[in-house]
Design a protein around this ligand. Structure first.
Ligand SMILES: [Zn+2]
Length: 282
């Protein structure tokens, strides 16, 4: 059957081909794509082109973007949706704003007694309920390795969370999933993390302590780890990994373990981690 949608996609892809050297550079910058199958990689490459066709990347003064920069961002944005394509989950926003550095934004929180607290906080990313995703360019550049930090995936996880209302750590689940399983798994891991930090605010934490901020951050941070440090997430919260695997319909741990075996037998296989700076994502 002829499909307008498929025809339009083919036309966009034909008009914006990615040359092999361009894609090779994108791949070099993104070790976390190592281990994808050829067909997954091909699909991701096409989705990255379609993502850039549908979204406007606004670079603020001080940020210079070339085609490879844009594709590198888009490929990370599309990784979480690699097996969720037909859901069109990024259709609700059109703009990604790139700041040259972390930015200060006003914060507002209403506590249980109704008191509103306001303060300014430095962020490297923000996702607005009805609006753009804002990313600090250094945070984007530090993303892409297997080290538990990925600003792009973090902020887009907030967007997925917001598909069914406020960001609260509960994105729209698939029919095959149970909200009660998700809620009890996430809540108990979140509570355990907070109990540990309450007992000792400086306690070593496998997962970035920022996850303990609130349930929305817990989902965003564990999504980051799911794709970029699945071994650490499984070590800390195996049941959370399992829920995220059902949600994203991927198994990055298997990818990483395959790479680690390859690295063990081929010592010259390139390092899969990347230096990164850890900042507050927002
Ligand atoms: Zn966040």
């Amino acid at each position: 059957m002829w499909s307008f949608r498929a025809w339009r996609r083919r036309r966009i892809l034909a008009r914006q081909p990615i040359t092999p050297p361009t894609w090779a550079e994108v791949r070099r910058r993104l070790p976390l794509l190592d281990g994808l199958s050829d067909s997954e990689e091909q699909r991701l490459r096409e989705r990255a082109v379609l993502f850039l066709h549908g979204k406007h990347l606004s670079a603020r003064p001080g940020v210079e973007l070339d085609a490879i920069d844009c594709l590198t961002l888009a490929a990370q944005a599309e990784l979480p949706l690699l097996h969720l394509a037909e859901l069109d989950w990024y259709q609700g926003f059109h703009e990604i704003v790139l700041y040259p550095d972390d930015f200060v934004s006003p914060q507002r929180h209403r506590d249980a007694s109704g008191v509103v607290h306001e303060w300014d906080a430095a962020h490297s990313g923000e996702a607005w309920q009805q609006g753009p995703v804002i990313l600090a360019w250094p945070g984007v550049q530090a993303s892409g390795g297997w080290d538990g930090y990925n600003l792009v995936i973090h902020e887009l996880a907030h967007k997925l969370d917001m598909l069914n209302g406020d960001a609260n750590g509960l994105p729209p689940l698939h029919r095959s999933m149970r909200i009660s399983d998700w809620a009890s798994t996430m809540q108990s891991a979140y509570d355990a993390m907070n109990a540990r930090l309450d007992a000792d605010p400086h306690a070593d934490s496998v997962i970035d302590a920022y996850a303990a901020e609130n349930p929305a951050e817990f989902f965003a941070v564990t999504s980051e780890y799911f794709f970029s440090a699945p071994d650490l997430l499984v070590e800390a919260f195996p049941a959370v990994y399992a829920q995220l695997a059902l949600f994203y319909r991927q198994d990055p741990l298997t990818r990483l373990q395959r790479l680690q075996r390859l690295q063990a037998t081929h010592p010259d296989y390139r390092a899969t981690s990347k230096d990164s700076q850890h900042t507050t994502n927002g």
